[in-house]
Design a protein around this ligand. Structure first.
Ligand code: FE2
Length: 137
């Protein structure tokens, strides 16, 4: 499995969890919302950690670009984390409007972020550090 294929699948999986959490908030099913949100956060943090600790350093070492694309991706992760903190607050307050609004903002941010990774960063990683894919199996 290539880096692109493996990490795109992680993106789709996390998007689906966030969509589930939003749907549960619309139904005001707070138990389901809490469970989908918790899984979304766990899997998103695992995905971010894989990128920040392994994929981005490999990209930086292979391309010599250590202040360009990966720096922007790290900043967007920080933005996502702050939106996720807001989701947790809305969840704790059972504030459906806030939660749904937060999900929509986060989904837009993540869609744009994923597009950059999938169209630019991952294909470069597939070419420059293909051996990395073995570690993703
Ligand atoms: Fe990603």
């Amino acid at each position: 499995m290539s880096i692109s294929t493996a990490l795109q699948a992680q993106h789709r999986h996390c998007d689906a969890l966030l969509t589930d959490a939003e749907a549960a908030a619309r139904r005001k099913d707070w138990a389901a919302c809490a469970s989908a949100t918790a899984r979304f956060i766990l899997d998103t943090e695992a995905h971010f950690a894989l990128e920040e600790n392994a994929i981005f350093p490999a990209f930086e070492a292979a391309t010599g670009m250590d202040s360009g694309p990966t720096q922007i991706m790290r900043m967007e992760h920080t933005e996502a984390r702050s939106l996720i903190a807001g989701l947790n607050e809305a969840l704790a307050a059972h504030d459906a409007d806030d939660f749904i609004g937060g999900c929509e903002t986060l989904l837009i941010l993540l869609q744009q972020h994923h597009m950059k990774e999938e169209n630019i960063l991952y294909p470069i990683c597939d070419r420059t550090v293909p051996e990395f894919a073995d570690e993703l199996e």
